[in-house]
Design a protein around this ligand. Structure first.
Ligand code: K1U
Ligand code: ZN
Length: 189
């Protein structure tokens, strides 16, 4: 398994629609394993393939220790009731905002064995599933903000983005220990 680099705001791949998966190969299974490891390492509750530079329609989520694989997911039933809640994004580090979305959703997707399933979700899981499916359609939570709030978020992001040359967040090297191990692989910590 591997911790993958995460693409950040400004990388065009985050604005591209993804391509449905037609065959669940060993390579796709490895990608999904790596996505779980990357998401957990980054302390996220979801991760979509474009965030790790891939174009497949795949996402993973893990809310309340309930890991879910989503291959070719679609929201099939959004509730008419809406809810506002705070969102962050592993591709826009340190920027948070309240986003209004359908409160509950039914999502249809395929699992690792290629079996179709539906998940009925409420609260944080519903929000996270919608956030990840948005990534697969090239949408980001910033797109839902008022002009004023989006401008404020983008102004803050301009101050942050220099930390991510080439729009790459090297998640595996975010702690001083990880950086030291990378720079001096033969030294004991
Ligand atoms: O797709 C992503 O960028 C992951 C994102 C998912 C998400 C968080 C909050 C609401 C909706 C979707 C994150 O995990 S960002 C990390 C984070 O801010 C967070 C972690 C745990 C609970 C709440 C937020
Ligand atoms: Zn995100």
């Amino acid at each position: 398994m591997a911790i993958l680099d995460i693409r950040v705001l400004g990388d065009p791949i985050l604005r591209q629609a993804t391509i449905p998966v037609t065959e669940i190969t060993d390579e796709i299974q490895r990608l999904i394993d790596d996505m779980f490891q990357t998401m957990h390492h980054a302390r996220g509750i979801g991760l979509a393939a474009p965030q790790v530079g891939r174009t497949e329609r795949i996402a993973v989520v893990d809310v309340d220790d309930n890991p879910i694989v989503l291959i070719n997911p679609e929201v099939v039933q959004p509730s008419s009731g809406k809810a506002k809640g705070e969102e962050g994004c592993l591709s826009i580090p340190d920027i948070y905002a309240d986003v209004e979305r359908p409160k509950d959703v039914v999502v249809r997707a395929m699992d690792l064995e290629g079996n179709e399933y539906e998940v009925e979700a409420t609260e944080l899981l519903a929000r996270c599933l919608q956030h990840e499916i948005d990534h697969l359609d090239g949408r980001l939570f910033l797109d839902y903000l008022s002009v004023l709030k989006r401008t404020a978020a983008l102004t803050k992001w301009k101050l942050e983005q220099g930390k991510y040359p080439g729009f790459i967040r090297r998640t595996a090297l975010e702690t001083p220990e990880e950086r030291k191990r990378h720079e001096h692989p033969d030294e004991e910590l």
